[in-house]
Ligand binder design. Structure first.
Ligand SMILES: [Zn+2]
Length: 268
């Protein structure tokens, strides 16, 4: 079931559309059959993934585990039960009886690792936004563009939806993710709104891949537009910082253990 979080086909399709749109500034673009085939593939792929259920797949290997009713308590932790992060099976053994994954009550040093990766990401965000991400060479004339200047160009050209999409995906989401993760760390300590924090964590997981749009746009433009000094696109250092920042944020969210959000609930 790693396919779901690793599925970037939909993001890539959006990046293809934005790249084609950017190229219309310099050349006439005609959509070929391959494009429509790819659109169809993305739709079918997303529909197939949505129909796959992790729970149904594991139910074929269902282990029956019934906790002792006399020792029943509201929390699995108090019954020495651990939930497998791969298949969801509850068990009190060292390894999951269903998929043999090593079980842990909580991820090791979750908060420290998660915070460290997010701080690294926020530091990388500064050069990612300040430095140019690509250099467009048009008839020998160099035009370097940062993420923000790209948004400005799109906005002034009247492409409001594209400008808003890039602004949200590449500038707003990374900043919101940083603030949200620090709020989650605060919630682990204080546990004032664990339900809201759990929803926020799931939103963070969903948002992760959308920041990759700009990375794909640069990759596509650099690979497609290579006509020497007539017209070509070169990647710049900003995109390296931006890619590193996105990866650090994804690793940070993966290190965070959402079960920690509920640990201090009873102490209120
Ligand atoms: Zn398992």
């Amino acid at each position: 079931m790693l396919l779901k979080p690793l599925n970037l086909a939909d993001i890539f399709l959006v990046a293809v559309l934005i790249s084609a749109f950017k190229l219309t500034e310099f050349a006439e673009i005609e959509v070929g059959l391959g494009f429509w085939a790819y659109v169809l593939f993305v739709l079918c792929f997303i529909e197939t993934l949505s129909l796959l259920s992790k729970e149904q797949l594991w139910e074929r290997e269902q282990q029956t585990f019934c906790p002792d009713e006399k020792t029943c308590s509201p929390r699995a932790l108090q019954q020495n039960l651990k939930q497998c992060h791969v298949c969801g099976q509850l068990s009190d053994s060292v390894h999951c009886p269903r998929c043999m994954t090593k079980l842990k009550f909580r991820k090791t040093n979750s908060l420290a690792k998660s915070t460290a990766w997010m701080i690294t990401a926020m530091v990388l965000l500064i050069p990612a936004l300040a430095l140019p991400i690509m250099d467009t060479i048009n008839l020998g004339l160099h035009t370097k563009a940062t993420i923000y200047s790209g948004v400005e160009v799109m906005w002034h050209a009247g492409s409001y939806p594209v400008a808003i999409l890039i602004f949200v995906a590449s500038i707003c989401i990374p900043i919101v993710k940083g603030i949200a993760l620090f709020y989650l760390v605060y919630q682990v300590k204080r546990c004032t709104h664990p339900k809201l924090a759990s929803k926020l964590y799931r939103a963070l997981e969903f948002m992760g891949k959308w920041s990759m749009i700009d990375v794909f746009v640069v990759i596509l433009l650099v690979s497609l537009v290579q006509l020497g000094t007539v017209l070509s696109v070169e990647p710049q250092s900003g995109i390296v910082f931006f890619t590193a920042m996105v990866l650090c944020q994804i690793i940070s969210v993966n290190h965070f253990d959402p079960r920690l959000l509920w640990d201090n609930l009873k102490q209120q």
